[in-house]
Design a protein around this ligand. Structure first.
Ligand SMILES: Cc1cc2nc3c(=O)[nH]c(=O)nc-3n(C[C@H](O)[C@H](O)[C@H](O)COP(=O)(O)O)c2cc1C
Length: 323
């Protein structure tokens, strides 16, 4: 337990120590609202909205849905958590923060860079700021910058992944940081979630598992491929994003590319993510070539978020009787 328990402000609103991880082109209003209704922190990257104006609409829409649910059920939902890409390439960052601040965020996760430039404004608004990190050095820097919590990206995580073994990473960071830790990567059921807590984490991400829910914005073929795939189908490459990214091997082949003969380091020219004028005949990373983590082995069917979280909670209770 950290010296100051920062999560105490909303722990009683959580049904599980879980965050529905932010995912580009996957996490939208339906998924976030369903997660929060079920007592799971619902996260989404702000760049999933076409514009800051749409971000404003999303936050209003999610807020209205959660208020209606709270009024009807008497239960307060888990926090909504925006994910800010703080890399300099995100030209919208300042405008997205302005919108976010108007909605009084409880929690924000920063990705792809130091949280330092956004910390003061978010803290002043009362938000907890978690920074995602993939190395011990980055974890030290994020703590020194003033992050309230850390998301540890570990080997096998979906999207732009970490590479450290989770056992090693969590214990190494716990040696110098007693604030909230979130484990990202390899969590696909309540057993793994409980194990993350035993290791010293306060929360964990599930990403891939939520792609295969009815509420996610992912293409139906993507969801079907997750059901059909195992961890053996996950392919680690820098070819698409320039950073170490876990991709679904069958989706690379389906896009007409040879997974075993890809160029290195983002060299492959497959069009842009948020696309203005890229050639239509080229596959686009994330849109046509899909990402998933090793946790894909835990995806057996496409479920509603309600069902998926209920099953995870049952597994978590069962695992809790063992440790
Ligand atoms: C399709 C996809 C898109 C992602 N997009 C983002 C993103 O926009 N921002 C971010 O911080 N992490 C992103 N991630 C990483 C996830 O938030 C999380 O770290 C990862 O999914 C955890 O591993 P798991 O999928 O095995 O649960 C993405 C992951 C996937 C699979």
């Amino acid at each position: 337990m950290p010296s100051i328990d920062l999560l105490s402000r909303f722990r009683d609103r959580l049904s599980l120590p879980l965050i529905a991880a932010p995912m580009f082109l996957v996490s939208g209003v339906e998924l976030v609202a369903a997660a929060c209704r079920n007592g799971v922190i619902g996260s989404f990257p702000t760049v999933n909205c076409r514009s800051p104006e749409q971000l404003d609409q999303w936050l209003t829409d999610i807020g209205n849905r959660l208020k209606a649910h709270a009024d009807a059920s008497g239960k307060q939902p888990a926090p909504v958590c925006a994910n800010l890409i703080v890399h300099r390439s995100n030209a919208r960052l300042e405008r997205d923060i302005e919108v976010l601040l108007r909605h009084r965020p409880e929690m924000v996760i920063t990705s792809v860079g130091s949280p330092a430039p956004v910390l003061n404004a978010l803290h002043d608004a009362g938000a907890l700021v978690f920074a995602d990190v993939a190395s011990i050095r980055h974890a030290e820097r994020a703590v020194a910058a003033g992050a309230d919590g850390l998301v540890l990206l570990t080997a096998g995580a979906g999207g732009q992944t970490g590479w450290l073994n989770p056992f090693v990473f969590v214990r190494a960071v716990r040696a110098f940081f007693d604030g909230p830790l979130v484990l990202a990567g390899g969590i696909s059921d309540g057993y793994a979630l409980r194990a993350a807590e035993a290791l010293g984490c306060d929360l964990a991400y599930m990403g891939t598992k939520f792609i295969a829910t009815r509420e996610s914005m992912a293409d139906a073929r993507y969801k079907a491929m997750l059901v059909a795939s195992s961890a053996d189908d996950i392919f680690l490459t820098t070819a698409f994003t320039g950073l170490q990214t876990n991709m679904l091997r069958p989706s690379i082949a389906a896009a007409g590319l040879d997974p075993d003969n890809l160029p290195q380091r983002g060299a492959i020219d497959i069009g842009k993510d948020i696309d203005v004028g890229a050639r239509e005949d080229r596959p686009k990373r994330w849109k046509d070539v899909w990402s998933a983590g090793h946790s894909v082995s835990g995806v057996a069917e496409v479920l509603s978020v309600d069902e998926m979280i209920a099953r995870t909670a049952a597994e978590y209770r069962e695992a809790s009787t063992r440790v």
